[in-house]
Every structure is written in structure tokens, then in C-alpha cells.
Design a protein. Sequence first.
Length: 420
Amino acid sequence: MSKVYWYSQKDSQSGESLSNDIKTKVAIIGGGMAGLSCAQKLNEAGIQVVLIERDFCGSGASGKTSGFITPDSEIELSSLLDSYGAKKAKRIWEFVLSGVGIIRKNIISRGISCDYQVQDSLFIANNSRGFKHVKEEHEARKQLGYSSTLHDSLIGIIGSTKYAGAVRYPETFGINSYLYCLGMRDKLRESGVTIYEKTAALQIDANIIFTPGGKITADHIIVCADRFIPDLGALKKEIYHVQTFLGISQPLEPDQIKEIFPAEPMMVWDTDLVYNYFRLTGDNRLLIGGGDVLYTYAQNITENTARFEKRLKNYIEKKYPNIKLELEYVWPGMLGVSKDLLPIMGPDKSNNAVYYVGAASGLPWAAAMGSYAADRIINGRSEFDLDFSPDRHFIIGSRIQSLLSTPLTYAVSNGIAKYF
């Protein structure tokens, strides 16, 4: 069914909505990973902060994702190395790694119950050409001093003979991202952060946010609304969206788990351009996701998921012929991306009170970005201002170049070329 599995685990129990005019030092728009991380950092520094969320915290991309907490997302380290050189690539990689650390620390220190599953990452090659890409990633990791193991044989690691090899690395984990967002929301409220849910930002004028229930006047306004930022009239040519799909199986039997993961569960994604990925949850369900070239750039969320459900099941049955996967939930999701797949952060060109945070292609990116936006206010942090500026020179890496060179993808991209 087209329903988010994570939402079945716990009701959001949305808090009160704004019903009067208020003033605050900092106002944050968006209750996803970036907004919550930003509020956390400001609160820990003793700064008054109010966060508003249109629906409920975790209702957007942050609460619908696969929960892969790994620095790899839409852009690999090897791609950064190729595009920017070793020094800048490492600096950017350390930034996203800081997001992994933020999430891990919160789960452990704050006791957030969100199906925390420590699993190695496995970037796996579908064929010999893919193995070349996997090897490049391994070499990039070794060059820049990161742990990495290259496997040209996957016997005993993955229970399939349909792959050509993989690169594996540790210090990654999976979570139920929706429960994480709800947990952080509750912890922040306990710490004194004012959070209004069911409170949409209708308009920003100078240092005032207009909502259906009242106005918020703030010295600083941080917009952590990802793909919805253009709805507020900003970054319309810098942030666009892509659609992905996720499915989750019924609980697997122990022999089925052993068939897929002979030794131990891992977080796996392959080398297809529109790639597939899967991991095991704490209740022994297989979470599997990917894209669909016909719907990647669809203007609206595709609720008819039957086509993609069939594709997911066919993928598993092709790789693991003995597994007949039954998917209990399949759902779509939208996320904001930039032209070069790196994040977008920066002040409004005509309103210095407003700062935008968007195009976070992965939860660690979002956590790091939210923390960075807060640190700009607290300590004047600025070392990534040019790198992630909406006005930067966008270097289109090999992955996006390959995507645009695929005729079918280009044909259905609904005008994406206007952004380049």
C-alpha cells in the first residue's frame, strides 16, 4: 500500500499550533533533520529559538527516508575528489561526517528510541564496469585516510553471485528517521525550545514570518524547508526535486536473512545510475528503495506505486532467486537537490535576516547543515559559505553528467535543463 511504514510505528501527537503574535531571537521554519539540528545547537548555546512546522516534525523528506546514516548519498567521495581535488574533497567529506556524528551522539546521549542499527556500508558493483567505479571509491577513501576494504569476491558477505565486487567501510548505521525526528522534537521541547506544529509559514517580510495563527518577529530567520523553499519565493532555479520510492517487506525468516546476509546485515547500495539500496531493520524487515526513471522528475508525488513495487520485487528475485519478497508497504518521497548534488546554504539576497538551508541529499548532510546555520549566528562560522552558496559555480560531476546523457531520463526531466 502507498503508506509510509514509519508512520505506523507511532502517532506524531502533534503539539499546539501558533495562535498569537510572538517575538524571538531566532525563528526556524521546518521540523525535519536540518531544522531540529539547528534548534538543538542554538538551544545548547542559550539562544532563544522558536521552530515552526507546517505539519508535524518528520512529516517531510526527513521522516520518510530509508534512514541510511552514511556520508555517501547522491555524491561519492571519489566524485568529490575528481571534481575538487584532495584538500577540498576531504574538507567537504569531514563536514558530512560531522552530520553522522551529530545523529549518533543524539541517539546515544539523549536515549532516542529509533531502531538504531549499527551496520557497515557496502557499495556494491552490479557488473565489471560498476566494479571500476567501486574501486575508484575505495582508492579515494584510502588516499584521504578513511577506512576501506575492497572485495573482488563477495562469498560469505552477500548471498548472491550477481554482483562483481564491493567496497565496504564501518562507522555507519541505519535508523527509523521518523522516530528520530519525533524523539528530537520531544527532547528539544523538554530543553526549552518552543515548537509549533500545524503552523505553515505563509510569507516572510523583513524579519517577520506570517502564519495562519499569528506573526513571528525574529532577529534571525532560518528556513530549513528543503524542496519547499521555492514555495516561499526563493531559490526557484537553485533547488528542484527528485522522487524516490521505498518499500518494506514483511518480517523475514532467519533462513531468508542468512540467504541475503550470510555473515551480518549491512547497508547496501549498487552502482546503477538510478541505484537500488537495501538494509535490514531491527524487526527483521528488508527495507529496499530506489528510483524510477519515469518518475524521477515528476512534478507531483506519484501515489500509484504498483509499478515500482513490481520493480523492487523483481530486483530482489533476480539477485536472490530463492527469496520471494512480499512488500507490506511501498511509498514515494520527494527530496530537494541542487545542480551539483551538494547542499544549498546562504542568506536571502535582499533580506539579511533570512538564511536558507536546503538540497540536503541525505540525513547526515541535513544534520550538518542545520548545525552550521546555527553556528553562523553563535560564532560567525563561515568556512563553507562560498562552497555551498546558491551563487557558486556549479561543477557538474560525472554522476549527473551520466544522468543527463541518458536520453530517456533527459526526455522526462520536465525542463530540468533550464537549471543548467
